[in-house]
Write a protein that binds this ligand. Structure first.
Ligand code: MN
Length: 484
């Protein structure tokens, strides 16, 4: 018997899914995983069930829920893909095959970042549903990280933060991105996490109470104007996105205006604009903070009207006004489109358009094999969030090394190999001699001159290196030297 919470989630969120098929899939997966335990000691099948529940809650269709239950079967049990195909059909089996392939990609630090992304994009373009199942799988893995050894914990969390979350963002899946980031944040930057969560704990509670009152006032005013309020709720900023914003604003919480926001969901676009007008009559808007993302959506498709108002008692409140469809798209992104196609509200064309950018990327990848400079130019044109603040520098043999913005030849040398970093003495950038603290740009070709007799790095390099890896190595050497 499948657990009741799985059946209930399917009934509520994916009503077209056949419960009997879910039962069969559950029995099949439970039997395959029989006797296996998670690191936490609980039965392995619990993980498969949690993955399937997340997929159901994204309101995804039957085959994806079945594939979710099945997703670790070929990798970890004697049951094969052929067995799955025989029982549940080719579509389910092909998704499970995709997940199994993705599972083989291991995150090995920044130097493998682009390669990882490339593989992920290839997997996505062939079937983007695979990525959605992978997200659901990862969400449960992140929530059970405490059972793992600390090295593994950090690797999984870092990979989620740097690869999965940006892709969720690019697919418009705001809620998924927020969850992936907040669950990882704690493990990747434990001190910063403690700082941010401590900072807002009390404030979030107070804000929630305050927003409730403001919401009631707005709703009353909308009733007078015959606008139906479908939903009105407060949302607190996710901790990781707050953290990133704090870094931009001198770590000053008072400069963050969207710490808490009030969301007003109304039936139509016309109602959105009318609501904005009504709110501006009630309270004065802050200059330069009115944003019309309905007329001009964000690159990932996000739509809403935003305004920031001086509210009662001088409190500053951000209000986000949107239709129900805009809200669903902001939270669920591409998963919402899947749902609309299932319901017959949207043609499959729209979903295909959503993933067109992935396909563009594959094309670019293939072209790039011929012309690497072209690749970088095209990435910049596509404005992929994932690649923001990273630069791509070539070795003389044509390998791409990705580095943070403002990185130097020393960072580059360490990214190739620790020994090359330790012994570098000079650099040539685009065939010209350059100092070791020169600034590298995307598309540069960099060559490192190594002195075999050099004993180790210069502690002065700490003043300009940008990567953690370079800093760690240089510090390590300086410490050793002091001790000897
Ligand atoms: Mn799994």
């Amino acid at each position: 018997m499948a657990p009741a919470k799985l059946l209930e989630a399917v009934k509520e969120y994916s009503p077209k899914t056949d419960l009997e098929t879910v039962e069969l899939a559950y029995d099949f997966a439970a039997k395959a995983h029989e006797g296996q335990k998670r690191a936490s000691g609980e039965p392995y099948i619990n993980h498969s069930v949690e993955t399937a529940i997340t997929l159901a809650k994204l309101r995804l269709p039957e085959n994806m829920i079945v594939a979710g239950l099945m997703h670790d079967v070929p990798e970890d049990t004697p049951v094969t893909l052929e067995d799955i195909e025989k029982e549940f059909g080719e579509d389910v089996a092909s998704m499970v095959a995709g997940i199994t392939k993705l599972g083989k990609i291991k995150y090995r630090g920044m130097e493998r970042y682009v390669e990882n992304l490339r593989k992920m994009f290839v997997a996505m373009a062939s079937d983007i549903r695979v990525i959605l199942i992978k997200f659901a799988d990862r969400l449960h893995n992140l929530s059970t990280l405490d059972a793992l050894p600390s090295r593994k914990r950090v690797r999984i969390a870092l990979e989620s933060l740097e690869i999965y979350a940006p892709i969720a963002n690019r697919l418009g899946m705001g809620m998924m991105q927020g969850k992936l980031e907040d669950l990882s944040f704690k493990y990747v930057y434990p001190k910063e996490y403690a700082w941010v969560s401590g900072l807002v704990k009390d404030r979030y509670r107070a804000k929630e109470r305050y927003l409730k009152k403001v919401g009631e006032k707005i709703e009353a005013e909308l009733v007078k104007n015959r606008i139906k309020t479908l939903d009105i709720h407060g949302r607190m900023k996710h901790l990781y996105s707050l953290y990133k914003k704090l870094l931009k604003y001198d770590r000053n919480l008072d400069k963050i205006y969207d710490l808490a926001a009030l969301r007003v969901i109304v039936p139509s676009v016309a109602d959105c604009y009318a609501t904005l007008g009504i709110i501006h009559q009630m309270w004065k808007p802050l200059k330069g903070r009115i944003k019309d993302y309905i007329a001009q959506p964000k690159p990932n498709g996000y739509q809403s009207l935003h305004t920031t108002i001086f509210c009662d008692d001088g409190e500053i409140v951000e209000v986000q006004i949107r239709t129900e469809q805009m809200h669903e798209e902001a939270e669920y992104g591409i998963a919402a489109h899947w749902h609309y196609v299932e319901e017959g509200k949207e043609s499959p064309e729209a979903v295909n358009q959503q993933i067109a950018w992935v396909k563009d990327l594959i094309k670019l990848q293939q072209e790039s094999l011929k012309d690497k400079g072209h690749l970088i130019e095209s990435f910049e044109k596509l404005k992929i969030d994932v690649f923001q603040k990273r630069i791509f520098v070539f070795t003389p043999s044509g390998d791409v090394i990705d580095l943070p913005e403002d990185a130097t030849p020393v960072d580059f040398a360490y990214a190739i190999h620790s020994d090359i970093g330790d012994r570098c003495t000079a650099a040539r950038i685009n065939n010209e001699i350059a100092p070791l603290d020169a600034r590298l740009y995307s598309g540069d070709m960099c060559e490192i001159v190594v002195d075999k007799n050099r004993k180790g790095p210069n502690a002065d390099w700490l003043k300009f290196v940008k990567t953690h890896h370079a800093k760690d190595r240089i510090r390590l050497y300086a410490k050793k030297k002091r001790l000897s």
